[in-house]
Design a protein around this ligand. Structure first.
Ligand SMILES: [Zn+2]
Length: 606
């Protein structure tokens, strides 16, 4: 892919020899300025600026619903026309205006600090470079709908570096450095760029070309296996949406950064940026799939599924992206939740995860939702709408007042799929019908209701209202049992029995006190360090005080005692807090077990 060459005169719709249309579109030149200071230099050229030319840097990146104000990473910015400096004024937190002479080319130079180890912004060090357009490229007001070009300069002192991106190459060298084109700002911003001496592999599936690049891998990394497994997932997804047809892109790029600790992914129309733990990559000579590797396959499956579900089929509120403020929608339960339902399901359907493993992972999602008191406070539609202020800005009280539109949304998808299957249909039929009805574009909740009605001949208003817009319990148990899965009640871990979430690596640090739990009734607080327990002696004997380092040790010291005293440190004071343990045994967790293997296979395999 990196060697692909195309010149402007052979672009679609142009006869050889014709001059390309001279458009007043904008051009960006990106240079690796300083790897030790993590600085990219971006030079923006506007051929015919306005007299007062407004330039804006996005405050968020589509797919990650938080205002991040990328302008805070701008190190320096200046503007000039020829050799004449222009007056450049910062208008607000993310916009500048330049006083320019119209019809004289304007050049704006900015330095951007790039040292965020995530898929959402930009990174530059001696090993690797990465950037999203939303971090580096100012939007030129009045010109964003016009074609944009990007030139990435090969760093002279880094001869091993290559470039990977989903952008169309106009003229590039064998390493991929050179000029790329985009139809408009949206397309430019939606194509992140990976730079470095990365591992590269390619495959072809269902009529499209795929490139996979991996940065940060060790020599034991089994690239052939990652390619083969990704290909199976890709084929399962294209088949789901299009049967024997083709994916809505001719080319797709997976960009994965393997690090010592990290996880995440961000979807784009014809590429995705991923982060995983280095130890989760497949290793040469190891045939089994570790839990970490299966999680990575789930991530690949998830981000690729977004190619259809959110990047094309998308909330009506995101039909046009406003880069300067929050774009709120109540539909993330559909776009993130349903994608989460399908991610592991399609890994399973590809033959890369068996039914037992699939159910174990589903079991974990179920318990996460059931152990979140916020599910009785917030619906998934509300959770979607408030993603910007709640899901993406969690604090110690979040589990009490919010529910995840990822996990509960996945369970809504599960309930819908299993209900439809009882009537001889499936959620696959619904997804395909939505794709057709919405012409692979903006979608509303009414479209979903219409498709469900057309498919089954009955209204689904009542179910969607209850599952999506209320906090009523989902009919999970009955539906799972109807598809061959038995639900058992097991004893919970002690953290759950006590109603807290805590870390135990450096003493017991309480992170959250759950509403309605024993810890809350006793008066324990988020921020407390739980030091020990004092347990009364039998028949009036002296009490014994124990140092506590694991919550699951509570029964070891407390025995049958119905009441203990918790010793906690709060703001350096040591407090003695009476704690009632009665009722702890009644807190249960779900365990799924296969009862009818054939019924489970019918659900999972088609
Ligand atoms: Zn997602």
């Amino acid at each position: 892919m990196a060697t692909r060459r195309r010149t402007a005169s052979t672009r679609a719709g142009m006869k050889p020899g014709m001059k390309p249309d001279v458009h007043p579109g904008v051009h960006y030149r990106v240079e690796v300025l300083d790897v030790t200071r993590h600085l990219f230099q971006v030079t923006l050229s506007v051929p015919r600026p306005q007299a007062t030319q407004v330039l804006e840097l996005p405050v968020w990146i589509p797919g990650s619903y938080l205002v991040r104000e990328f302008a805070r990473h701008v190190h320096r910015i200046s503007a000039q026309q020829g050799k004449r400096p222009c007056t450049l004024t910062q208008v607000n937190k993310c916009s500048w205006s330049v006083q320019a002479q119209e019809d004289t080319p304007l050049t704006v130079t900015l330095l951007v600090h790039a040292h965020d180890a995530s898929v959402r912004t930009a990174w530059l060090d001696a090993q690797r470079g990465f950037f999203n357009g939303t971090s580096l490229f100012l939007r030129v007001q009045g010109y964003t709908h016009l074609p944009h070009t990007l030139e990435v300069v090969a760093p002279a002192d880094l001869p091993d570096w290559h470039l990977a991106t989903g952008l169309s190459a106009l003229q590039v060298d064998r390493r991929g450095f050179g000029t790329y084109s985009a139809a408009n700002y949206d397309e430019l911003a939606d194509c992140p760029v990976e730079l470095g001496a990365f591992w590269r592999g390619e495959f072809r599936a269902c009529g499209s070309d795929y490139q996979f690049v991996v940065a940060g891998a060790t020599p034991s990394f089994d690239g052939a296996r990652l390619l083969a497994d990704t290909q199976r997932i890709v084929e399962a997804e294209v088949r789901l949406w299009h049967g024997k047809g083709r994916a809505p892109h001719s080319r797709y790029v997976f960009m994965l950064w393997a690090v010592s600790d990290g996880y995440g992914g961000l979807e784009h129309r014809n590429s995705t940026a991923l982060i995983c733990k280095r130890e989760d990559l497949p290793q040469q000579g190891v045939k089994t799939a570790s839990e970490g590797y299966v999680t990575l396959l789930g991530l690949i499956s998830h981000e690729y599924f977004h190619t259809w579900n959110v990047k094309r089929l998308r909330p009506v509120q995101l039909a046009e992206i406003d880069y300067q403020r929050e774009n709120m929608t109540s539909l993330l339960w559909f776009f993130e939740g349903f994608t989460s339902y399908y991610d592991d399901l399609l890994v399973c359907r590809s033959g890369l995860m068996d039914a037992a493993r699939y159910l174990k992972r589903l079991n974990k999602t179920l318990n996460q939702v059931l152990q979140t008191p916020g599910r009785q406070v917030q619906s998934v539609a509300q959770a979607s709408f408030e993603a910007w202020t709640k899901y993406y800005r969690p604090d110690d009280n979040s589990p009490n007042i919010t529910v995840s539109y990822y996990t509960k949304g996945a369970l809504v998808a599960l309930c819908l799929d299993l209900s439809l299957r009882q009537q001889g249909h499936s959620l696959d039929d619904v997804m395909r019908a939505l794709w057709k009805r919405c012409a692979a574009g903006p979608m509303s909740e009414d479209d979903l209701l219409t498709v469900l009605h057309e498919l089954t001949g009955t209204s689904w208003q009542r179910q969607i209202q209850a599952w999506v817009h209320s906090t009523a319990e989902l009919p999970l148990q009955a539906l799972l049992q109807a598809h061959g899965v038995q639900v058992h009640d097991d004893a919970s871990q002690w953290a759950q029995r006590l109603g807290i979430r805590a870390t135990e690596s450096q003493g017991i640090q309480i992170k959250t006190v759950l509403h309605g739990g024993l810890a809350q009734r006793a008066g324990l607080c988020a921020g407390d360090e739980w030091l020990g327990v004092e347990v009364p002696g039998p028949r009036g004997k002296a009490a014994t005080t124990w140092r506590l380092t694991r919550l699951d040790d509570v029964p070891l010291y407390a025995g049958q005692a119905p009441r203990v005293t918790a010793l906690v440190s709060r703001d350096r004071r040591v407090l003695r807090i009476p704690l009632d343990l009665k009722g702890a045994e009644q807190v249960k967790t779900w365990r799924l077990a296969i009862q009818d293997a054939q019924a489970v296979q019918r659900w999972l395999q088609a």
